[in-house]
Design a protein around this ligand. Structure first.
Ligand SMILES: [Ca+2]
Length: 312
């Protein structure tokens, strides 16, 4: 039976690829809806971009909701320096014609968790955790109904990408992250430690382009765009595909390895706010609350991605 998920997202080129991978895999993943959150770019753009991606995947019927437009307690920090002015710079994709749903994204999350059998819906956050935390705060009864949360965020060995200590998604809304990490829901975390190993090298991007379909071409162009930033910053072999690690984990968990450990979120320190304090070495007595992924089979990951994008 397909895993039933809600994708919570701030597209973002890598979010776009994560959504495409999910929509290309209907036998294994049923997307119940997509909720947009403010993050890489403001909410109006993430809600637009999510719909552009659904149309690119040939799924104009998908329900897309706008959620929270700012973090719980801080001003929004965005990342146009990585993703471009629109958040989806690179390919020339048409404005979406499919509608944005009327309901608020947080209400959709709450109502879906209440309506579906307990323990059957997985949440897949690809951006700041504002929508999820708001749903948990507003409707504590839904927390125990979540099957699991599989999210992209945080870092331990790679430390930070938006500050020296913090990864972007967690840094933007650390109070939301602290609430979600402390909620007691089974949690799988795909941090920079693993996503920085999912590098789109030139041969891998050529393989996307060679698919010859719209999705393959668009993914290649998105990667060309944000690779410029990563090459300048890290001097690496290619851009890391952060968010698609979440979808790939749902499809092929055997491609990934990690440890079930305690992970706490720093919310106070001005130097390390948004840091994921991961007890990788087991040096505390704090109870494990997350499966924290550290490595992946990158060739297997890119084979899967290329094979699925070919279906779109
Ligand atoms: Ca994202």
């Amino acid at each position: 039976m397909a895993e039933r998920i809600i994708i919570d997202t701030d597209p973002g080129q890598d979010d776009a690829v994560a959504i495409l991978l999910a929509l290309a895999s209907p036998d294994e993943i049923e997307v119940l809806g997509i909720t947009a959150v403010a993050g890489n770019v403001p909410l109006a753009l993430t809600a637009r971009n999510a719909r552009i991606v659904c149309e690119l995947a040939g799924r104009p019927d998908m329900k897309v909701f706008a959620g929270c437009d700012r973090p719980l307690r801080h001003d929004l920090v965005t990342a146009e320096h990585v993703h471009g002015k629109t958040g989806l710079d690179g390919p020339d994709l048409p404005e979406p014609t499919m509608p944005l749903q009327d309901a608020h994204g947080v209400d959709f999350i709450i109502e879906t968790l209440r309506a579906e059998p307990a323990g059957t819906v997985t949440l897949c956050p690809l951006g700041p955790l504002t929508n999820i935390a708001t749903a948990f705060e507003r409707a504590p009864d839904v927390v125990s109904r979540v099957k699991r949360i599989v999210l992209m965020g945080g870092a331990y060995f790679e430390v930070g990408n938006i500050t020296p200590a913090a990864e972007f998604n967690i840094y933007v809304d650390p109070e939301a992250a602290a609430l979600v990490f402390g909620a007691g829901v089974p949690l799988v975390v795909l941090p920079l430690d693993v996503t920085h190993k999912a590098l789109v090298t030139k041969p891998r991007n050529d393989a996307f382009r060679a698919l010859g379909n719209r999705a393959g071409t668009a993914v290649a162009q998105m990667t060309d765009f944000f690779e410029r930033f990563d090459l300048a910053k890290y001097g690496s072999d290619g851009a890391p595909l952060h968010d698609p690690c979440v979808t790939a984990y749902l499809l092929r968990p055997e491609l990934f390895s990690g440890r079930h450990i305690n992970v706490e979120i720093e919310t106070v320190s001005p130097l390390t706010r948004g840091m994921t304090v991961a007890d990788w070495w087991g040096v505390t007595d704090r109870a494990p609350n997350a499966t924290f992924i550290g490595d992946l089979d990158a060739d297997g990951f890119f084979s899967l991605l290329t094979e699925r994008l070919a279906r779109l």
